[in-house]
Design a protein around this ligand. Sequence first.
Ligand code: NAD
Length: 258
Amino acid sequence: MDLELGGKVAVIGGGSRGIGSYIAHALGAEGCRVVLTARDAGQVKEAVSVLNAKGIEAAGVSVDVTDADSGERISQFARDSFGGFDIYVGNAGGNRRKSFADTTDQDWLDLLNLNLLSHLRVARSAVSEMRSGGGGAIVFISSVFGREAGGPGLSLYNTSKSAMISAAKIMAIELAGEGIRVNCVAPGSIRFPGGSWDRRCIEQPDAMAKFVEANIPLGRFGTAEEVANVVAFLSSPRASLVTGTCINVDGGQSRSLI
Ligand code: NAD
């Protein structure tokens, strides 16, 4: 299936490594011009040159997405590089494990800023950009733990990832009439070289084998390519009737009925 993404411009918030870099490659392989953002200028430069080496047109900007002016800076960079953008993928994110009673106001501000507000800032700029371009697609990378309880120690992560799904739903309703679709992807446990699951598999192979057997019906970790494929579909005109939803990419891991 041709995803009809040729010539579109896609901005990926947090795209220099991990799942974000696989999303950049998937969208680039479908013909998108790609704008990468990450904190480390050296990593951004290297990620852009890897894309370029594959014949993908790409540009990158070093931005900390938790900075208050990050949304405007990223949009301006996309305008300067490619004249605007049609797709925004909010991927940057992180976790801070702590029991709820030990969390501080600063923990909540930090995690909500990184996992939620950073993407809402870029999305706000994206909306005005997409309005003038006649439409677009926004995809936030949430988590299965945004859809169901992740367990003890995960109040910060769970809350920020569910809030992302909630915001996307309201954005989808408000923006539908303007041809802007907003969706989320909820990955389960995704293993890629250098990622946290990969580290755990190397350090504790037996425990991880048991974890997979007990938790993932498909019997293996997900790959970052499998997440990226779903993001590429949701970003594309082929998903023209899909908005306001969240798609699990988890091998059956999540237990929630909704
Ligand atoms: P990762 O740590 O490998 O990558 C995170 C990305 O975010 C990197 O590109 C990093 O540069 C960027 N980033 C982090 N903080 C930033 C900041 N302040 N400013 C700019 N960029 C910043 O993580 P990953 O596993 O690739 O996860 C990507 C997304 O997928 C995250 O939102 C994560 O919560 C989500 N997720 C991952 C898994 C998994 O199993 N790996 C599962 C569910 C959800």
